[in-house]
Design a protein around this ligand. Structure first.
Ligand code: AMP
Ligand code: ZN
Length: 118
């Protein structure tokens, strides 16, 4: 799997080749505001490495994936939704509605979220 995919919009965002509202970045991941927010806070945590979906996450990605989860908590605290609550979502393939094929963790908060999701 390539580290970067030239046609991938999230690879382009991570490389600052495509405009996005980036709220955090480090050497392993980038966090941006979703362009079509579904909640008052709607962030996407993306790895710099091009991983298509959870189906493609391998043993060697464990530290990266763990790191991304710690960034989720950090973002929730920074955006003031850690106490009220928030939802993290990773959609995989068609029936879950994955539309961008570069792994991303949605962080949704700032309103009451119903369960189960549609
Ligand atoms: P998913 O449907 O789970 O693959 O999520 C993809 C998300 O990426 C959707 O919520 C889109 O609104 C969002 N999205 C697509 N293109 C961009 C972009 N250029 N900048 C920010 N968010 C985007
Ligand atoms: Zn990519």
């Amino acid at each position: 799997m390539p580290v970067k995919s030239l046609e991938c919009i999230f690879c382009q965002v991570a490389a600052h080749e495509k405009a996005a509202k980036i709220v955090y970045e480090d050497e392993r991941c980038v966090v941006l505001q979703d362009i079509n927010p579904k909640a008052p806070v709607h962030l996407l945590v993306i790895p710099r490495k091009h991983i298509v979906s959870l189906n493609d996450a391998m043993e060697g990605d464990k530290l990266l994936l763990g790191h991304m989860l710690t960034v989720v908590g950090q973002m929730a605290r920074q955006h003031g939704i850690d106490s009220t609550g928030y939802r993290t979502v990773i959609n995989t393939n068609a029936e879950a509605g994955q539309s961008v094929f570069h792994l991303h963790i949605h962080i949704l908060g700032g309103r009451v979220l119903r369960w189960p999701p549609g």
